[in-house]
Design a protein around this ligand. Structure first.
Ligand code: PEP
Ligand code: MG
Length: 588
């Protein structure tokens, strides 16, 4: 058998080995089959029977997923049911059968091409997702024309799932089955639905493999290395053994992580710090706690909007926030109001595409322009706060007036709730994200208006160094340890501490051991990150004394380049606490 090694993007770490199960795809017909006049009526009935079967199937799937993975993941089927009920879609199909006198298969295939064509011309990720959703629904109807029930992937033995791409409904369905050991896909990126799900379920996954689905067949053996983004088809036993031992190391390492998760969060000299989790889905809360999170430091609420075809209602928001507040209690959950606009446009609102989205009507700017929408979210956050563990976090503040205005709207919302005798936490803490350099410089004024701040270093560095955070071509300039960035962070952290208020870093910097040692030395005690990185940060911070970090940082702040800073910090910390960097070498 031929051994094939392929490189892709590792989106969920770990190593899986097993037999391949190729996900069966519906291939729309390319044959135009004509029918007679007197067959039209029967063909329409055939179409409607298939639609009805699809509707029942989707409802069944929705219940199935809701039971196993919770409401959030089941949204996708509401979206699909809505597409199925769309009168434009149905009448397009009927019209083609009636006017062109063709079989329903051909009509579905043409309509699919039509909608795919429309969405393809729009580069927005959300619209790309909608295109996938429409194809997903049409493929179901197509399959149901033949009365074939969907073949539920429920193999007897555990398998590695290989597919061109997983439609959102398939991802939710397949990955919720315990028998999927790993996933390898031709398409996809780090933020695709499949990637997020695989990560939260701990299933190793590699995506972006281009054509693996064409290179393998059912029954082939596959190694999926989600840590390094590699897959190997039909490996010889020597390679299998190599990866078995890599897997054992990874599993031992995972065990070590879980042990660290239970240890106290305090430095070598007994100073407490708080590791928190950044999450996108409420289902991620329990995994976050298993890694040692002591609260949810950042809940990116825009995912509520991005997962559904219509605007979420107050009840939709509330159900999610209540679930989060309940599952996190008594620990805190910081709910960030939507960071949307610009590239993450809301098609539900038909917003114009902006020429420079990162500098456009994003986040709080968008919320203040769409006050009613903002108040829906604020009301839901307030209503979910009765147990007093909810915090309100507002992204992308640029100037003081915005803080004053948002506080005014927040007070107005509270007043309305009081008038209708709806209970909420009267002292719900309100904080803002420091992501715009201008706001960082103004920290002394801003902190006096709020209860806490959270520093979003991903955006702060992007704006301060003028480096697009998503552009590979300039990523070499995205330097968290650039002396200018460090001096700005030092200013914010020290000023907030002087006012005895809470400051957290919730950008990617908070997940990097070297950065967290620097931040600790500046006086930071709250670190919010992707939960899988909590153990390594905890290990690093538990291994050092605050005094060592403070002294090293004081010197580093005088240096001229990021490289000088890194060399200096590593050298001075290693001299005193060699344990601090041990973990960071193992994890990527
Ligand atoms: C940040 O900018 O650092 C941040 C945490 O927010 P996001 O990554 O969601 O923009
Ligand atoms: Mg940000």
């Amino acid at each position: 058998m031929e051994v094939i090694r392929l490189r892709g993007i590792g989106v969920s770490p770990g190593i899986a080995m097993g037999e391949i199960s190729l996900s069966e795809r519906v291939v729309f017909t390319s044959r135009r089959e004509a029918i007679e006049d007197d067959q039209v009526e029967e063909e329409l009935k055939r179409l409607h029977r298939a639609i009805e079967r699809t509707r029942n199937e989707l409802k069944e799937l929705k219940d199935h997923i809701q039971e196993r993975m919770g409401e959030q993941q089941a949204f996708i089927f509401d979206a699909h049911l809505m597409i199925l009920d769309d009168p434009v879609l149905i009448s397009n199909l009927e019209k083609m059968i009636k006017e062109e006198k063709v079989r329903a298969e051909w009509a579905i295939s043409k309509v699919n091409n039509h909608f795919t064509g429309i969405f393809e011309s729009i580069s927005d990720e959300f619209f790309q997702q909608r295109k996938t959703d429409i194809s997903d629904v049409l493929a179901r109807v197509y399959r149901n024309l033949e009365r074939k029930r969907e073949k539920r992937e429920d193999p007897d033995k555990p398998v590695i799932l290989v597919a061109r791409e997983l439609l959102p409904s398939e991802a939710a369905l397949y990955l919720s089955q315990k028998k999927v050991l790993g996933v390898a896909l031709d398409m996809g990126g780090k933020t695709s639905h499949t990637a997020i799900l695989a990560r939260s379920l701990g299933i190793p996954a590699v995506v972006g493999l281009h054509d693996i689905s064409l290179k393998v067949k059912n029954g082939d053996f596959l190694i999926v290395d989600g840590t390094d983004g590699e897959v190997i088809v039909n490996p010889p036993s020597a390679i299998k053994r190599e990866f078995q031992s890599k897997r054992e190391k990874y599993e031992a390492y995972q065990k070590e992580l879980k042990k660290i998760a239970k240890l106290k969060s305090e430095t070598l000299d007994g100073v407490p710090f708080t590791p928190l989790a950044n999450i996108e889905l409420p289902e991620e809360v329990s995994a976050a706690f298993s890694y040692g999170a002591e609260g949810i430091g950042l809940f990116r609420s825009e995912f509520i909007y991005l997962q559904r075809p219509t605007l979420p209602s107050e009840e939709d928001h509330l159900a999610i926030y209540q679930k989060m507040a309940r599952s996190t209690f008594p620990k805190p959950v910081y709910i960030r109001t939507i960071d949307i606009g610009g590239e993450k446009s809301l098609p539900q609102l038909n917003i114009e595409k902006e020429p420079n989205p990162a500098l456009g009507l994003r986040a709080i700017r968008f919320s203040l322009k769409n006050k009613e929408l903002f108040k829906i979210q604020l009301r839901a956050i307030l209503k979910a706060s009765v147990k007093k563990n909810v915090r309100l976090l507002v992204p992308m503040i640029t100037e003081l007036e915005e803080v004053i205005e948002l506080k005014r709207i927040f007070e107005e919302t509270k007043e309305e709730l009081r008038a209708s005798r709806v209970p909420f936490d009267e002292s719900l803490p309100i904080g803002v994200m420091i992501e715009v350099p201008g706001a960082a410089v103004l920290i002394e004024s801003i902190i006096q208006e709020v209860d806490f701040v959270s520093i979003g270093t991903n955006d702060l560095i992007q704006y301060y160094l003028a480096v697009d955070r998503g552009n590979e071509a300039v990523s070499y300039l995205f330097k968290p340890h650039h002396p200018a960035v460090l001096r700005l962070l030092d200013l914010v952290i020290k000023t907030v501490n002087r006012y005895k208020k809470e400051v957290t870093v919730c950008g990617e910097m908070a997940a990097d051991p070297l950065s967290t040692i620097i931040l600790l030395g500046m006086g930071l005690r709250n670190f919010s990150m992707n939960p899988i990185f909590i153990p390594r940060v905890k290990k690093a911070l538990r291994a050092i004394e605050v005094k060592t970090a403070e002294e090293a940082v004081a010197q580093a702040l005088k240096l001229k380049t990021a490289t000088e800073v890194e060399e200096y910090i590593i050298e001075s910390i290693l001299k005193k606490h060699p344990q601090a960097f041990l973990m960071s070498q193992i994890v990527t």
